[in-house]
Design a protein around this ligand. Sequence first.
Ligand code: MF3
Ligand code: CO
Ligand code: CO
Length: 264
Amino acid sequence: MGTAKISIKTEHEIRLMRESCSITADILADIAEIVVPGITTEDLNKFVHERILAAGGTPSTLHYRGYPKSCCTSLNDVICHGIPSSHVVLKGGDIINIDVTTYKNGFHGDASCMYLVGGADACSSAARDLVAHTKEALARGIQEVKPGARIGNIGAAIQDYVRELGIPYGIVREYTGHGVGREFHEPPQVVHVGRRGTGEVMRPGMTFTIEPMINQGTHQTVLSPIDQWTVRTADGKLSAQWEHTVLVTEEGVEILTVPGRSGG
Ligand code: MF3
Ligand code: CO
Ligand code: CO
């Protein structure tokens, strides 16, 4: 990780990244309407799959290292990589992360959002707070992105923010943000904890994700021995995650996974 070369995207490549990323973001915006009690996570997968194909892309996760579905749906104590299933039915008060990656024109666009099933009123205040705090943690990380800054500043800002909340949340260590572009996962690794002034130097044209996973309790994780994908909190408490793909610009940062760009 530390020595591998971080790709710098050209203007043309950045235009292609914007397209893949905006398709992803549009899907995450539109899926909110169907994340309601009674729907299954397989229904969500179908929606994502069809929308990516309709936009002229392919789902990056499908068959990625054997992963069987077109998105990840991570419910309640699932931290990440939850596999959509027709047996998992959403109910009011659940929280769920939907993680979508679109591959188009040779480039990947990766983002994820949290959804409150049944609306905010159906969820506990602890669940709502975890989701909101995790969204703000991502924003704090993004604020650190500018040319000349170190990648480690991102995790330091996220960790500082969580510490200042004074809530004993756990920040997940094992799964990280990552460079993204021609490859789904490329250098650099973007950790969500750490020390300022460490890590690679950010340069204009770098594209990577920031995707903090924050747990209500311990940061410890457990990988499902059954499917070898689903990652859960070790204590069974809730977990939340938000993700954007960002571009380092001359001025600072551009969030690439924003909806409403593709006119579709
Ligand atoms: N989209 C996830 C990420 O943010 C990766 C999912 S890989 C899969 O990096 F195989 F689980 F789909
Ligand atoms: Co990612
Ligand atoms: Co993702």
